[in-house]
Each structure stands twice: as structure tokens, then as C-alpha cells.
Design a protein around this ligand. Structure first.
Ligand code: C5P
Length: 248
């Protein structure tokens, strides 16, 4: 029997929201987790908080009942990444990630180290950062469009047995058509209509991302830095709900 509120956290619009707790101190992260957990099914711990406060922060955030996405974007040689994925899984995180650009051998090693069975964390791969657009790519030794690169990296991650990818809203059509409907898509770069992009370049609205097949929307500053964070989260949940049920 699910506790009150648990069902919507697992299946409703709240299950589609991953709130990025991008704060430096344990107190700020845990306060935000307690404040938003009933309405955000996923909470994300990123590099800043993890480096400052360490692995025990995962348990503190998970104690709110939300699932924890430990967003460390691992990218190193296969042996190092495998050991780090194993350590990340041991924190109790429900989702961990690596960079697909680490290559096939690294992705296979990460998959092998992530554990087996129902309790293993979801393992996903970052395709192309949402902060990189065509102009930023022109400085880098890569060729192709952002969408094409993201699609190729998603196919690689799927072929290596990963559960899904982190991708931009604009990459969703290409990734969905290449990887099918059950491949998990976790989508940052979410901005409300007319919202401030900041360092994000390839952005999309919650409605457009859900309509293009996003499973989980990663949202940070549009909620946490809003003048009224609770109202911003409520508006996000409403927009997701109406995008999921367009005929309403
Ligand atoms: O504040 P904002 O909504 O831009 O936060 C987005 C979050 O998603 C940040 O925590 C960032 O680290 C993360 N992220 C991202 N782009 C990726 C992967 C993760 O913005 N490709």
C-alpha cells in the first residue's frame, strides 16, 4: 500500500520532475529537499554539493522520500569510471550518470559496475551538454550538428545497455526515433516561455519537452531562483499535466 502522496510522486506529474538542488551547503540542499520533495519525485545532487558535503548527503536527501539522481557526469578511463559508478551506486542514489563521450568500453564497464536486480540505480549517459550549441561546437574537434552528435551518442549508450540519456529538448525527436519509446530521456535546459536561459543554450519549454517525448524534466534555477519558488513549481507541474493530457 502506497503512503498518501506516494502514488502521485511515482506516477503523476511529480514523477516527471527532477529538481536540481544546486546549493553548496548540506543545510541548503536538505532544506530545499524537504520543502519540495512532496511535489518533485526526483531530486538531483550535483557536483557542487557532492564535493562540499560528500556521499552521506544522498541518504539525507533520500530521507525525504524522493528518488535521488546523483549527477556526477563521470568521464574517465573504463576502470576508474567503473569503480566510481560502483561507489555512486552504494550511496543509495536511484540514478547515476556518465558521459557517453567516454566511449563504448567505458560505457560497458560502467554498466557492468552499476549492479544488477531491481534495486540497482538507473544508469544514464550525458549526450551533449545543453550548454553547447553549434557555435560552441565550432571550437571543439568534433563535426556534425548538435542533434546528430546527441543521437549518435544516445544510440551508443543504448547499445551498451544503459537505461537512457541526458539530452537537450531539441535532441528529443532524433533520439526518440533512433532509440525507441522505452529508452529513458532525462532533459535539462528547461525554461518557461520567455524565461532567462543563463548558461543554457539548447533550451525548451516544459510543454514542448513533454510533447517531444521527455520522460523526466531537470529543472533548477527556474524554480529555485524564482521570486516565488513554490508558485514556479506549481506552474511547472500544471504545464506538465496539461502537456500530458492535451485534450483536457
Ligand atoms: O538551473 P538549471 O535549470 O539550468 O539547471 C540544470 C541542471 O541540469 C544543472 O544542475 C545542470 O548541472 C544539469 N545538467 C545540465 N545539462 C546537462 C546535464 C545536466 O544542465 N547536459
Amino acid at each position: 500500500m502506497m503512503a498518501p502522496g506516494e502514488e502521485s510522486r511515482r506516477t503523476g506529474s511529480a514523477a516527471r520532475v527532477c529538481l536540481a538542488l544546486d546549493f553548496a551547503s548540506r543545510k541548503d540542499v536538505v532544506d530545499a529537499a524537504r520543502r519540495f520533495a512532496p511535489r518533485a519525485g526526483w531530486l538531483k545532487i550535483g557536483l557542487e554539493a557532492f564535493i562540499s558535503e560528500g556521499p552521506s548527503l544522498v541518504a539525507d536527501v533520500a530521507a525525504t522520500g524522493a528518488r535521488v539522481f546523483l549527477d556526477l557526469k563521470l568521464h574517465d578511463i573504463p576502470n576508474t569510471v567503473a569503480r566510481a559508478v560502483s561507489a555512486a551506486a552504494a550511496t543509495g542514489a536511484a540514478m547515476v550518470n556518465v558521459h557517453a563521450l567516454g566511449g563504448r568500453e567505458m560505457l560497458l564497464a560502467a554498466r557492468g559496475a552499476g549492479g544488477a536486480g531491481a534495486n540497482r540505480p538507473l544508469l544514464i549517459a550525458v549526450t551533449l551538454l545543453t550548454s553547447l550549441d553549434s557555435r560552441a561546437l565550432s571550437d571543439l574537434p568534433v563535426s556534425g550538428t548538435p542533434e546528430g552528435i546527441a543521437r549518435r551518442l544516445a544510440v551508443l549508450a543504448r547499445d551498451c545497455g544503459l537505461d537512457g540519456v541526458v539530452c537537450s529538448p531539441s535532441d528529443l525527436p532524433a533520439i526518440r526515433s533512433a532509440c525507441g519509446p522505452s529508452f529513458l530521456t532525462v532533459v535539462p535546459g528547461i525554461r518557461p516561455e520567455g524565461g532567462v536561459s543563463g548558461d543554457q543554450k539548447r533550451t525548451g519549454t516544459p510543454r514542448a519537452a513533454i510533447a517531444a517525448g521527455a520522460d523526466i524534466l531537470v529543472v533548477g534555477r527556474p524554480v529555485t531562483a524564482a521570486a516565488d519558488p513554490d508558485a514556479a513549481l506549481a506552474a511547472l507541474l500544471d504545464e506538465i499535466e496539461s502537456a500530458r493530457m492535451p485534450s483536457r
